[in-house]
Design a protein around this ligand. Sequence first.
Ligand SMILES: C[S@@+](CC[C@H](N)C(=O)[O-])C[C@H]1O[C@@H](n2cnc3c(N)ncnc32)[C@H](O)[C@@H]1O
Length: 300
Amino acid sequence: MPSDRAEPGFDDYVDQLNAHYDAATASEGEALLARLQVAFRAAGRDLDRLSLDDVAGIDQLHLGGRSASRALATLGELCAGERVLDVGCGTGGASRLLAAEFGCDVVGVDITPAFIEVASWLSVSTGLAERTRFLCADAANVPLSEGSVDVVWCQHALMNMPHVPRVLAEWQRLLAPRGRVLLHELVAGENTEPLALPVPWARSQATSHLRSREQLERAMALAGFEPLAVEDITDMALAWRQEHSRRESRPAETGQKAVAPPGPTSIFGSDFVLMGRNLRDNLAAGKVRVLSGVWRSARR
Ligand SMILES: C[S@@+](CC[C@H](N)C(=O)[O-])C[C@H]1O[C@@H](n2cnc3c(N)ncnc32)[C@H](O)[C@@H]1O
């Protein structure tokens, strides 16, 4: 992975993120990909023919799942054939959705090697490897050439990045003139009390890099991006999280025979239920808000 070794603390930053997102591998002692394959087999799935429904439990690591990605793609008027860079792509769910439903050609980039391995495998298994490919790199140092993408797409990843101005400068380099940025991001709310932790993106305050909507909008403007449409979708996200926390807390039904395909606990470990409840409570308390928006590069 290209890394910015000149930046003090960069290696620690990467190690902390990798330890956070691949935590269950340390406790389970087996790589994420291998564990997911075992879980899909146990659920009776053919590993060479997974559907997008089969994998939705492990490839939508953001509030609102596939509906939120579809809404953002529609807001941003994504067109067939557009070249999209999915920044902080995780296990690649949005990349596959944009390829399958919107006809885009997508490159996903993520700093967590285990996610890139899983993303690549899931694209092969779901038959989408020709329209999606994945690279392990920092969002501020992406190994693609200047002006090679039409759209930068980013869902729930900026809150992991302390170096947002450098990341936005990299997006300007990568985007074609008048290219678009489509963001579905978490921002700090008006309630500045400490977050309930852990949350799905951090186990400590020091590794959470939430900024307010105003700070994010200022950073976008300074980096040369003009807003086209920005919506606060916190109420919708909270309702979705409340429903999911209710389901996650329900005890498994006795006598249930069918084994379900793997879900987020395969990635985050058993902490995930607590992370989800804390996110729900942070949203309800106004400590976290959710934005969905489209910006255009001012560069001609
Ligand atoms: C909450 S997950 C969201 C994943 C995906 N966007 C989704 O919505 O399913 C955040 C992702 O951002 C990635 N990430 C965080 N900091 C990054 C960085 N500096 N460069 C690249 N990826 C990063 C993490 O590895 C993780 O996969």
